[in-house]
Design a protein around this ligand. Structure first.
Ligand SMILES: C[S@@+](CC[C@H](N)C(=O)[O-])C[C@H]1O[C@@H](n2cnc3c(N)ncnc32)[C@H](O)[C@@H]1O
Length: 412
């Protein structure tokens, strides 16, 4: 498999997937490879418990499979839900784009923050907003946000426009570049930044893709829930889940909350840093703000004997380096992966097949062989899961001896 097929890069060239770029997404080609390897049938129900930008659900829907997904981050849930609704009339979207563009150009010269605030559109309450957006760019972005909400009456169409704006917000229209793990601020004071043109291009791609998918006769359902996948109390799928295709966060402290902060604040999902921090506490892998202070003290205990057997020795080795935070981080990471697998137990069919894409890491010099550990953990949880194969698919950028793998598991 080529590198671009594994990462988000192939998604940028694929219909629907290109509507939003999430750097840690896997590629649609990888989803197809896993579905084939798992012998997925049209009668199967496919689950992605860490949906991200919903690559699995989008690809499953394009291929005619029924699927469900869980995603904890409300902004990414919005991205997925909007990307999976293909019932909009593309001609209506095109006409609305013309109206939005006209109104935007008419107001652009005279608009002020005071005028925007009078209509309920505020500067996002993110810390130091002009570090994220140049003042003139921010004003135009807010004007577009207001124009969309004032001119578009249909809720589904509104969501598509907001998604187009979200797709442009980072990195094209911000002062950041997307680094391997985090965002980096850069000086764009001398750049030509075309807010309306970028937005129009993104809406045009959406229109083209809607036209394309609406030609297809394939009919399947995709349902995405805003849900913590480590605790599924009260969840009842319409049929047993027979195929799981997913990529949980890797043990590398990448914060999905931190990275989606501009969107979370710009689109009014969050109003305070506390809310962002609380979400990071619940998210696997997140150690930002409160989550970091919680992990920096005491000792996180294993929540089941399987995690104790496999992870305690590795956490102890990290603790010996003096790094309490990373020792606790690792224990919590595998506790939550174990809980996520266990939470599926009542919902999996007797012949369920699973594929988890994971990355190995080095924490404080201690090697964390995530693929082997996850496979062994799954086998030890008493759910009847067995490793069928571990396939190492590529070396990770961050280290010559680090790789990404697909852990294939099966029940029965
Ligand atoms: C590696 S990304 C998945 C990317 C996805 N495969 C794609 O192609 O876009 C992992 C996702 O898991 C989500 N996540 C982390 N902890 C979660 C939890 N407890 N429940 C549900 N989702 C969670 C993160 O917000 C993130 O979007």
């Amino acid at each position: 498999m080529q590198r671009k097929d594994v990462t988000f890069a192939s998604g940028l060239m694929s219909p629907i997937h290109r509507w939003f770029r999430l750097t840690p997404s896997f590629g649609p080609e990888l989803v197809r490879t896993m579905l084939t390897a798992l012998s997925a049938q049209k009668s199967d129900l496919i689950l992605d418990p860490f949906a991200g930008a919903s690559t699995t659900l989008i690809e499953a829907k394009l291929m005619g499979y029924n699927s469900i997904g869980f995603e904890i981050n409300p902004f990414l849930h919005f991205v997925g839900e909007t990307s999976l609704n293909w019932r909009c009339d593309p001609n209506v979207v095109s006409k609305d784009l013309e109206r939005i563009s006209r109104e935007f150009l008419q107001c652009k010269r005279t608009i002020s923050h005071a005028a925007l605030e009078a209509t309920g559109v505020y500067v996002p309450p993110i810390y130091n907003p002009t570090r994220w957006w140049r003042p003139d760019v921010l004003l135009e972005l807010l004007l577009l946000k207001r124009t969309i909400s004032e001119l578009v009456t249909d809720e589904t169409v509104t969501k598509l426009f907001r998604l187009a704006l979200a797709g442009a917000l980072v990195p094209e229209l911000t002062n950041v570049t997307l680094g391997r793990l985090q965002l980096h601020f850069i000086d764009r004071s001398h750049d030509h930044i075309d807010v309306l043109g970028t937005f129009q291009r993104r809406v045009t791609e959406i229109v083209e893709d809607l036209r394309l998918v609406q030609l297809s006769k394939a009919r399947s359902e995709a349902r995405l829930f805003q849900q913590d996948s480590t605790s599924l109390n009260g969840f009842k799928p319409s049929q047993p889940i027979s195929v799981v295709v997913t990529s949980p966060p890797y043990p590398n402290r990448y914060s999905y909350v931190w990275n989606t902060r501009p969107h979370l604040y710009f689109f009014d999902f969050f109003a305070t840093a506390k809310e962002a921090s609380q979400l990071d506490v619940l998210t696997i892998g997140g150690t930002w703000g409160t989550a970091t202070s919680m992990l920096a003290k005491g000792t996180v205990a294993p929540t089941c004997p399987a995690v104790d057997d496999l992870i305690s020795p590795i956490a102890a080795a990290i603790r010996q380096t003096g790094d309490v935070l990373m020792a606790n981080y690792l224990m919590r990471y595998f506790n939550l992966l174990g809980q996520q697998l266990l939470s599926l137990k009542p919902h999996l069919s007797t012949d369920a097949r699973l594929a988890y894409v994971v990355g190995c890491s080095r924490l404080k010099g201690v090697y964390v062989e995530t693929d082997v550990l996850l496979g062994a953990l799954a086998e030890k949880l008493g759910m009847g899961l067995k490793i069928s194969r571990i396939e190492r698919i590529r070396k990770r950028n961050s280290g010559a001896d680090l790789h990404e793998s697909i852990v294939y598991l099966e029940r029965g």
